[in-house]
Design a protein around this ligand. Structure first.
Ligand code: NAP
Length: 346
């Protein structure tokens, strides 16, 4: 009975199979695999054996807006490249960099907490990484026929097996560019109040000092870190007046490089008893999510020019893309993708 029953079921299934397959063929959407980021001119082009890769490593990484921004940039340049994001534990970052090199990735971005670790993990440090003490971008390079090291984009055919990692820092230039483009801030001769002496605060302080600011006022919750930064600036940039504490008089720029403001309900990181915000001509908050922190709200109400940290994120990414591709970054497309990703709108 069972045999007969199951045999009948099989026969019924076979009888129905053709129409079912036909149904599938004619009703199921038959799109080829479509990448999330269409490449202009070939928006159905699948990932293929010649697709090249870049990636960002961080821990955590799931909030990163870099894939949206960089894939929009790659698409606008018409490249069959993709930019991926990986959650890499600090204990594994050396292996992860070696893996990308072995798989002939074009390059990498590194974000928290890998930027300092990478100083010891890359084969060569660019001056930008040496000067600002952190690596946020890696370019993989190989030797051409004349023995010169060239970025992997320059190898159209098979890539040589000996590849080196070249570490850069694109964060420092991005800070200055964002301040200039978003706030019309000119660093030469300026007085700057900097809140925060962590990784981003240190990079900002050193880059501002190198960009000829006249005076830097350093404020940090952990005073010893502000003092260490003051000593470093005095040693490396003796022409810059670096002091710890709030200024008594007006400044051209107040720059927030603390993480105060990231969480809903966070207060302003600027102590109003020490410094009235109206004494700052311009206020930049490195935080971009939320778009308007308590600091920026108070600054706008006091009539200061204001900008959030989205520009800084954009310009460090644009510079990385330029290092990998050798082409000018499509800023507008990258900015729109970034805004859409971070704020859900253009
Ligand atoms: P970090 O190295 O962890 O430094 C955090 C800084 O915030 C330190 O100065 C820390 O002071 C201070 N801080 C933290 N909690 C505080 C509190 N409750 N009260 C007062 N100060 C506090 O981080 P980071 O990488 O420098 O990043 C700093 C900020 O910049 C973050 O908001 C980050 O999102 C932002 N950022 C933005 C971009 C961009 O592209 N827009 C890029 C990098 C960073 P202590 O030294 O006393 O701990």
């Amino acid at each position: 009975m069972l045999e007969t029953g199951s045999g009948r079921l099989v026969a019924e299934w076979q009888a129905r199979r053709l129409p079912y397959v036909q149904l599938l063929l004619f009703t199921h959407p038959r799109h080829p695999y479509k990448p999330a980021v269409p490449v202009p001119g070939s928006d159905t082009a699948p990932l293929g054996a010649s697709t090249r890769y870049c990636a960002v490593y961080g821990h955590p990484i799931h909030h990163s807006a870099s894939p949206a921004m960089q894939n929009a940039g790659l698409a606008a340049l018409g490249l069959d490249w993709r930019y991926l994001a990986f959650d890499v534990h600090p204990d594994q970052v050396a292996q992860a960099i070696a893996g990308a090199r072995a798989m002939k990735f074009i390059g990498l971005n590194l974000t928290v907490p890998h930027k300092l670790l990478a100083l010891d993990l890359v084969d060569v440090l660019d001056d930008s990484a040496r000067n600002w003490g952190a690596v946020n971008t890696i370019c993989f390079e190989a030797q051409d026929a004349s023995g010169s090291w060239k970025p992997l984009r320059e190898f159209a055919g098979p890539v040589p097996e000996t590849i080196r990692s070249h570490g850069f820092n694109t964060d420092a230039d991005a800070i200055i560019r964002a301040l200039r483009e978003d706030l019309n801030f000119q660093s030469a001769g300026a007085r700057v109040l900097l809140l925060g002496a962590g990784g981003a605060g240190r990079t900002a302080a050193l880059k501002l000092a190198a960009s000829d600011v006249a005076e830097l006022f350093l404020v940090n919750r952990t005073a010893s870190k502000a003092q260490a930064l003051q000593s470093e600036i005095r040693k490396r940039f003796p022409r810059v007046q670096a002091q710890v504490g709030y200024p008594k008089t007006a400044v051209d720029l107040l720059l927030n490089a603390t993480s105060v403001g990231l969480n809903p309900g966070d207060p302003s990181p600027c102590d109003a008893r020490e410094f009235a915000i109206a004494k700052a001509a311009a206020v930049y908050d490195m935080i971009y999510r939320p778009a308007e922190t308590a600091l920026l709200k108070a600054a706008a109400a006091a009539g200061c020019r204001t900008a959030n940290g989205l520009g800084m994120l954009l310009y460090q990414g644009a510079k990385a893309l330029e290092l990998w591709t050798g082409r000018e970054a499509p800023i507008q497309e990258m900015r729109e993708a970034l805004r859409a990703n971070v704020y859900g709108r253009h």
